[in-house]
Design a protein around this ligand. Structure first.
Ligand code: PMT
Length: 399
């Protein structure tokens, strides 16, 4: 499996005084497990909520607290901590920290570190919803964005103060993706890409449908990886329980006809289209308004052909657009893949062996046979996340 994007990276985490500070302890632990070199800087208020010892134990490094802790701290700590950082994460970021940073104050070790560093900075606000909504906080957020800080928006929900609204610290999955993005090559920057994922469901009546085994994992991994590499990502997804990957715009559909409608609406504006969805080739000819009683079910189901979305995309492909299809096959992989590449006017097809349980539908792992106009290549057997990255490497080369 591929090495973690965090391995060997110097990540400075600035922790402010908020009850959400305890969640960041878990994040430090996750990053340390992935072999990141984590240094934690705590404000005085943060130390009211959680002890430096917690972060020291989880990161395996000394925690930085005061600028003037003679003998303990490096005398140039305010310069040195941020100088070699690959990225700085401020979490939880309080209204107070953001206000001080927005006007360029450097009155403690964290703000001084932020001003003295040239590393990218991600800020995760967390506070009471009314504080977050206050015009002064909003103005400070705008200023910080203008200054180039990346703000990871808080979530909505019930707060520790028993108020409900926007202000909960972002979830780790989201923060992790933004951190990974900040450490990844932005070779899809400026590209708008469309990815399809999951199955389609073709209803017979309100209770029953025809579908297939696609879980959406392959397509979601592709969307996630594209965001990380700097693309603007639109994900048209069939039914799945997977959460929307951070930073991705997702549109959920049920049927092949709905998928066709959403895909064609976006296709023209996208430089890359990757169709990992397993679209049902047929739908029941009749859709019953009410559940058909079992005594009345016909023994033979009459089907109607669904449109081939990828074929239509191939016909209307504009110059410079890269069109990538998938093919789920259980035999004659190369032959079937080549036929589809030609018939659908694709630049690349990823043929997926669905014969076993370690590749294809539902599996966490995969192995793809890639066929393009210039030849074939078998990717290594690896996780779907790594497979997605390897596929994007090939697509970037085609762009
Ligand atoms: O979702 P997972 O559980 O992770 O599984 C991943 C996967 C096996 C679904 C995926 O890797 C994959 O192989 N997707 C393509 C499945 C498929 O529908 O293959 P196909 O050979 O039937 O179709 C070929 C291509 O035409 C596909 O890109 C498909 O999206 C497209 N198609 C097919 C039929 C149709 N009516 N419209 C289409 O656009």
């Amino acid at each position: 499996m591929a090495q973690s994007v965090f391995a060997g990276k110097r990540i400075v985490i600035g922790v402010c005084g908020s009850i959400a500070a305890f969640k960041v302890a878990g994040w430090v632990s996750e990053l340390a497990k992935e072999e990141a070199l984590v240094s934690v800087v705590m404000t005085a208020s943060a130390r009211e909520f959680i002890t430096p010892l917690t972060f020291a134990a989880l990161s395996g490094n000394d925690v930085h607290t005061g600028m003037f802790d003679a003998g303990k701290e490096d005398v140039m700590a305010h310069i040195n901590i941020g100088r070699d950082a690959d990225v700085i994460l401020v979490a939880p970021a309080t209204a107070n920290l953001m206000a001080r940073l927005a006007i360029g104050m450097a009155d403690d070790l964290l703000t001084t570190t932020l001003l003295a560093s040239r590393a990218g900075v991600l800020i995760c606000p967390a506070m009471n919803p009314r504080m977050y909504d206050h015009p002064a906080t909003r103005r400070n957020l705008r200023t910080l964005k203008e200054l180039g800080y990346v703000i990871i928006d808080p979530e909505s929900g019930m707060m520790a103060c028993k108020e409900e609204g926007e202000g909960r610290l972002a979830e780790w999955d989201t923060v992790r993706e933004y951190l990974a993005k900040s450490l990844s090559a932005q070779d899809l920057q400026g590209q708008r890409v469309l990815v399809t994922a999951g199955p389609t469901r073709e209803p017979l009546d309100p209770a029953r449908f025809l579908s297939n085994r696609s879980s959406g994992k392959m397509g979601y991994a592709l969307a996630r990886a594209a965001f990380r590499r700097g693309a603007e990502v639109i994900l048209v997804s069939g039914p799945t329980t997977l959460p929307c990957p951070p930073g991705v715009t997702r549109e959920m559909v049920q049927t092949a006809l709905e998928m066709r409608e959403r895909v064609l609406a976006h296709a023209e504006g996208c430089s890359v289209i990757v169709k990992a969805a397993a679209v049902a080739d047929y739908r029941p000819e009749t859709l019953h308004e009410h559940k058909v009683k079992k005594e009345n079910i016909e023994k033979e189901l009459v089907l109607e052909k669904n449109p081939d979305i990828l074929f239509e995309l191939g016909k209307q492909k504009k110059s410079g657009q890269v069109l990538v299809g998938f093919a789920a096959e259980s035999k004659n992989l190369a032959e079937e893949g080549l036929k589809k590449l030609r018939k659908k006017n694709l630049d690349l097809i990823a043929v997926n062996d669905i014969g076993g349980d370690r590749t294809g539908f539902e599996a966490e792992t995969n192995q793809l046979l890639l066929i393009s106009r210039s030849g074939t290549e078998t990717l290594p057997f690896t996780s779907k996340a790594h497979t997605a990255d390897l596929l994007w490497d090939r697509i970037v080369a085609l762009l």
